[in-house]
Ligand binder design. Structure first.
Ligand code: DMJ
Length: 456
């Protein structure tokens, strides 16, 4: 089914928005997000590996030809370093590792080089925004006191390690290892990492902590850096398990109805709200269970299962059986959105991602059942003639479509669904880690490096 869904999403993108960043499936035209500046083709680059994995050979070929002929980084544009890294660099790297086609390696390294000026700050903590022609960077105007964002500068590690590996140029890995160093020198309130860090002073901004937006994939990348290094990156490992310990103590709570959730922390006060984005953490806890201190393995799996259940409830308690952007545990509600501007669903993957990890790691059939419920809801409410659209209010009787087919729907949501219903030997966890946009990157095995050394 996810293959049919991918075909529908891809065919319509091709028909109405080919070469542009995303598709507007209702108005049947292109959608351009300023996150990518003038760089074009986000959906194509984000979808390459999904097309490859689903064996959509014709489509993969036309996507590759587009990349060869049209993907151009010599544009005068300000881009989000994080978004371009996870979608474009990540997408190109996966396409290279899966297909072996040189063009993807070349483009990934070329783009990586364009991103390097973002690190020209007093601390080496990169800017959020970068003009890739002039090399001038800055931060989001809304970010606390000119800060860079934890989930942005903390979500470059996997891709940059691979860029060094593939280019032979150590500069990429050096840049991200320096971020680690800066973080390790800083005092952390209660062992937690605030979402804001000033790249000039090297000091934290506001003490807001979140495992959802602004924080999320920083934690994910600590764990995955360790896994991707074939478990040699002890620093990444320690930072991850220490962080999870602090998160458990200060952020994880249980509702009176028995639902485990991860709250947000604002200078010591808890906001009892959990974002859809935070739901990825169920999969992360389960994936990290194996490496947890020996008495904690079962506990981390259990934590993953409880988060999966809570996030499933957030879907089940809506009219459309699709989860809201954020749900709350206060004022007498549990796992329900109370504010109008938190009731939307924009085709996000995190809940399905967690089902996929839980399925692979436990084989409890309920995760496939829950995934199937999501497929039915997507087909019923998000599928339109011209592709798939987000929904403005998942509690409503009637769909009000937001008219955007996000590129992560093709790279993540549909890929995780496909993997949920595939055998475990498709992209097995022993050999691959997924970047935060679901682009698989190979684990750099110790043995392979020895082999390479010997060959030299
Ligand atoms: C994606 O771009 C990535 O998963 C990112 O980590 C968070 N936001 C979207 C999906 O919701």
């Amino acid at each position: 089914v996810s293959l049919q869904m991918m075909k529908h999403a891809w065919d319509n993108y091709k028909r109405y928005a080919w070469g542009l960043n995303e598709l507007k499936p209702i108005s049947k035209q292109g959608h351009s997000s300023n996150l990518f500046g003038n760089i074009q083709g986000a959906t194509i680059v984000d979808a390459l590996d999904t097309l490859y994995i689903m064996e959509m050979k014709e489509e993969f070929k036309e996507a590759k030809e587009w990349v060869e002929k049209n993907l151009d980084f010599n544009v005068n544009a300000e881009i989000s370093v994080f978004e371009v890294n996870i979608r474009f660099v990540g997408g190109l790297l996966s396409a290279y590792y899966l297909s072996g086609e040189e063009v993807f390696r070349k483009k990934a390294v070329e783009l990586g080089e364009k991103l390097l000026p973002a690190f020209n700050t007093p601390t080496g903590i990169p800017w959020a925004l970068l003009n890739i022609k002039s090399g001038i960077g800055r931060n989001w105007p809304w970010a606390s006191g000119g800060s860079s964002i934890l989930a942005e500068f903390g979500t470059l590690h996997l891709e940059f390690v691979h860029l060094s590996h593939l280019s032979g140029n150590p500069v990429f890995a050096e840049k991200v290892m320096n971020i680690r160093k800066v973080l390790n020198r800083l005092d952390k309130p209660e062992g937690l990492y605030p979402n804001y860090l000033n790249p000039s002073s090297g000091q934290w901004g506001q003490h807001h902590v979140s495992i959802g937006g602004l924080g999320d994939s920083f934690y994910e990348y600590l764990l995955k850096a360790w896994l991707m290094s074939d478990k040699t990156d002890e620093d990444g490992k320690k930072m991850y398990y220490d962080a999870v310990q602090a998160i458990e103590t200060h952020l994880i709570r249980k509702s009176s109805g028995g639902l485990t959730y991860i709250a947000e922390w604002k200078g010591g006060l808890l906001e009892h709200k959990m974002g859809h984005l935070t739901c990825f953490a169920g999969g992360m806890f389960a994936l990290g269970a194996d490496g947890a201190p020996s008495d904690k393995t079962g506990h981390h799996i259990e934590l993953g299962a409880e988060i999966a259940r809570t996030c499933h409830e957030s879907y089940d308690r809506t009219r459309m059986k699709l989860g809201p952007e954020a749900f709350r545990f206060d004022g007498g509600v549990e796992a329900i959105a109370t504010r109008q501007n938190e009731k939307y669903y924009i085709l996000r993957p995190e809940v399905i991602e967690t089902y996929m990890y839980m399925w692979r790691l436990t084989h409890d059939p309920k995760y496939r059942e829950w995934g199937w419920e999501a497929v039915e809801a997507l087909e019923k409410h998000c599928r339109v003639d011209g592709g798939y659209s987000g929904i403005r209010d998942v509690y409503n009787n009637h769909e009000s479509h937001d008219d955007v087919q996000q590129s992560f729907f093709l790279s993540e949501t549909l890929k995780y669904l496909y993997l949920l219903f595939s055998e475990d030997d498709l992209l097995p966890f022993e050999h691959w880690v997924f970047n935060t946009e679901a682009h698989p990157l190979p684990i750099l095995h110790k043995d392979d490096e020895n082999k390479e050394e010997n060959q030299k």
